[in-house]
Design a protein around this ligand. Sequence first.
Ligand SMILES: [Zn+2]
Length: 295
Amino acid sequence: MLSKCNVLLSVFLLVGTSYAASAVAGFRDISWSPAKITTGSPCLFRVEMSVTPLSLTGTWQGHAVTFAPSTNRDTWYALAGVDLEVVPGNYPLELLATLPQGAVLREQRTVVVARAKFLTETLHVPQRFVEPSPEARQHIEADQQLKHAAFAHEAPAAEWSGNFRPPIDTAVSEGFGTRRTFNGKLASIHRGLDYHAAPGTPVRAANSGEVVLAHELFYEGNCVVIDHGLGFMTIYMHLSQLEVSEGQQVEKGQEIGLSGATGRATGPHLHVAARWQGAYLDPAQLWTLRMPALR
Ligand SMILES: [Zn+2]
């Protein structure tokens, strides 16, 4: 009850000269899941409104956040996240609701970001650095442009609905965030989740969205990127076969390709990544988030 009173007291109207006290209630409830957000967490922000805004936007860790309304438009959701390299601490979630008459309501919450425990893998065997050939370098540069264009895509509305699901039913072979160190120096961070996958295992879309990349890349191999809207994407790598093409709409659970070992892979497996506005998030946590149906 106390927190709700604080909400009412701290809400203020920027535009508009006269209003009744009840008209500024605005934000009824603000919450997020997971309840404990850590570095690398995807997070679902949920805002319940007592008025129906035209739009609800926000700012989170320097990112612009656009909320999607539930079907009755009284509860608004944003799927966002915390990059795994963010410094743990307290971060503000700033909210801005625009009402039909142009009035603007603002509210803010402090969100604690805790440090996630990532495994560290120490490489004992010297890893030979293979210098890419001139042809490979050309390939890698062309890939950068393709990826840049794909990641710049942003479906203007949420295309996901309901829970995200793992793209494959097999066991995880390497978790998210593993830090590989060599001679005490950080060599790489695993920005995705690896699944054991015999070559040819069907790989399915984690949620609905638009395919913004379906292409063979030097490191990623045959790779699919799905834009789920409002800056949230999932990425599937090392496929032996692509079964979708760029621009295609896919439904959750739809087969998008077959697993394989293409690109720079040590063996057959599926690497899946979750990306929000450039931040890489733990897919395993994404599967456990309880997501609302938006249509
Ligand atoms: Zn991987």
